[in-house]
Write a protein that binds this ligand. Structure first.
Ligand code: FAD
Length: 389
């Protein structure tokens, strides 16, 4: 049977009336572009001035989108999700630290997360950003094919070593590692390093996934090339499919620097490529492990329909669905109810360090037409249903 995404009783059974009302308030506020814009500016300003706003952030937007400040706090959320058949992707959400000390410190932090995940029944993945281990400016230089000096070459080798350490540890602990996609102007080295890790560690089963942003018009072709490369190299492709989170930034940079935007011309074009990428992966499911990361109900439904057509079981070990924690519970919990492999991206980390992630969530819930409206109407339906029953 195909999943239904409008069953709000299943979607929100993990939420109390109080937390549903809080979510209602938050999504209503984020739905107003002016409130979001002012909120983002005020938050950045308050952190710069070291004003004591952490507890306000923690009890509102942080609570909605993050698992906790520490792995222990995130563990409580992970246990709750497990009760409903929903898995977790641990995401150490600290961003924007740009020093060798913090890159070195990130390795044991991620290793701890891998070890913890290995002890849990519902944490098959952790996710990582290469910029958590590498200097942004160096990645940009490599992306631009600039020649590196001796020191920079040594720095690049240290980055590769950090990734090897992580992947080895993930493989030894039977945990899968999702490498996020980032801005297009650093993505080439991110792809290169991820390909290298896939070729090394994905020989028997998938340990490492690269991320394909289908809002870029060149990524469907890149997915196919990556698959061919994996076939020739005799390893499995781990393909995490997303639409992409940096659209405004990408377009603005392309415009200001005068190069053609890498982003598709319309939402429909992104949707077409996204769904084509899902189909491509499902058609080659013996040699690809696909991770369908989306809040788009239609894409999830199309994937489920295609699985049915191809006679693929809903819990096939090469197919995973995922949504971000705090969003689209109607998809996640209804998929779990239909026994699909489903996990929530669960970021954790100190409040001040996950601010860039939270700002992206706030912006996304304002700029994505329909998304906030959809969340709100589902929450309203459920609140009404509970009142009547
Ligand atoms: C589990 C998970 C992991 C993620 N990991 C990453 C990651 O590693 N890197 C990353 O960049 N993002 C990541 N994202 C975010 C993702 O890329 C999207 O920003 C977000 O999920 C919204 O897209 P959607 O498919 O869920 O929903 P939809 O609402 O169907 O699509 C919205 C998206 O469509 C695209 N879009 C909107 N308008 C237009 C337009 N006019 N023209 C062209 N395209 C348009 C944009 O990408 C926008 O975000 C992740 C999301 C999830 C759920």
């Amino acid at each position: 049977m195909l999943p239904q995404f409008n069953d709000t009783e299943i979607a929100f059974k993990h939420q109390s009336n109080h937390s549903l009302k809080q979510a209602h308030f938050l999504f209503s506020a984020m739905g107003n572009p002016l409130v979001t814009k002012l909120g983002i500016a005020a938050t950045q300003w308050a952190f710069k001035l070291q004003l004591p706003i952490q507890s306000l952030i923690k009890s509102t937007i942080f609570k909605q989108f993050c698992g906790g400040e520490t792995m222990q706090e995130a563990a409580t959320t992970a246990h709750m999700l497990h009760q409903y058949g929903v898995g977790v992707i641990l995401d150490y959400g600290v961003e924007g630290k740009d020093s060798e000390t913090s890159f070195d410190a990130a390795v044991p932090e991620f290793m701890k997360a891998i070890e913890y995940a290995a002890t849990q029944p519902n944490i098959p993945f952790i996710s990582a950003k290469i910029t958590g281990f590498a200097r942004f400016a160096l990645l940009e230089k490599i992306n631009n094919k600039e020649v590196l000096n001796e020191e920079e070459n040594a720095e690049w080798q240290r980055i590769i070593l950090r990734l090897h350490q992580l992947c080895q540890h993930a493989k030894a602990n039977n945990i899968m590692l999702l490498i996020d996609a980032e801005e297009s102007w650093i993505q080439q080295p991110v792809d290169d390093i991820t390909d290298l890790m896939m070729a090394t560690y994905n020989t028997e089963k998938v340990v490492v996934f690269n991320t394909f942003q289908l809002y870029r018009h060149d990524r469907l072709a890149f997915l196919k090339t990556s698959h061919q490369k994996a076939l020739v190299g005799n390893y499995l492709l781990g393909a995490k499919l997303v639409r992409g989170a940096y659209m405004e930034k990408e377009r603005a940079r392309a415009l200001s620097l005068g190069y053609p935007s890498p982003i598709q011309e319309s939402k429909e074009a992104s949707d077409l490529d996204y769904n084509a990428a899902v189909n491509y992966c499902l058609d080659h499911i013996n040699s690809i492990v696909v991770f369908i990361g989306t809040h788009n109900e239609n894409s999830c439904l199309l994937a489920a329909e295609k699985m049915q057509q191809l006679n693929i079981a809903s819990n096939h070990p090469h197919i995973y669905f995922s949504q971000l924690y705090g969003m689209s519970d109607n998809i996640s919990f209804n998929l779990a109810n239909g026994h699909y492999n489903i996990s929530k991206y669960l970021p954790y980390g100190p409040v001040k360090d996950v601010i860039p992630y939270l700002m992206r969530r706030a912006q996304e819930n304002t700029s994505v037409a329909g998304q906030t409206g959809r969340e709100l109407s589902l929450i309203k339906t459920e609140l009404k249903r509970r009142k009547l029953s």
